[in-house]
Design a protein around this ligand. Structure first.
Ligand code: ZN
Length: 172
């Protein structure tokens, strides 16, 4: 396994639509292993392949909380096939470090995908798991959580980010 480097905003790969995976072969399983290691190392609770520079429809999620016993969840070609309700959660993203903001999402979703063994799975998610899955599936569409912000929060983000990029430049 290997730690992959995480692409950060405004890297154009984050805006790419990920392509569907034809076959869950050795290469994909290696990508999954590396993505899982990268997510745990970050640490984070979800990671999409776009974030490691590979626009393919692969996500890994592990909420790493005692009340969630699912462990590592690997979804290939995930599709949201049903969604209902509404919830707001303060989100962050490994590709948009040190910025957090409330995002409104569906509170319950049903996702269809393949697992790491190429087996079709369908799962119902609610609460934090539903939020994280929507966040990661957004990545595969080239969407980021900051795209969901209202005008005021988006302004705050832009100002913070400008300052951050400027500071990074000065440090170099
Ligand atoms: Zn993210």
């Amino acid at each position: 396994m290997a730690l992959l480097s995480i692409c950060t905003y405004p890297d154009p790969v984050l805006r790419k639509k990920a392509s569907p995976v034809d076959a869950v072969d050795r290469e994909i399983r290696k990508l999954v292993d590396d993505m899982a290691e990268t997510m745990y190392g970050a640490p984070g609770i979800g990671l999409a392949a776009n974030q490691v520079g590979k626009p393919q429809q692969v996500i890994v999620v592990d909420l790493q909380r005692p009340e969630y016993e699912g462990g590592l969840l690997v979804l290939v070609n995930p599709k949201i096939i049903a969604a209902s309700g509404e919830t707001t959660y303060e989100e962050g993203c490994l590709s948009v470090p040190e910025f957090f903001s409330n995002v409104k999402r569906y509170s319950e979703i049903t996702v269809r995908a393949l697992d790491q063994h190429s087996k079709p799975v369908e799962l119902n998610a609610s609460g934090l798991l539903a939020v994280v899955l929507q966040h990661e599936i957004d990545h595969l569409e080239g969407r980021l959580f900051i795209d969901h912000l209202g005008a005021t929060s988006k302004d705050i983000f832009k100002r913070k980010w400008k300052r951050k990029l400027k500071e990074a430049k000065e440090e170099r």
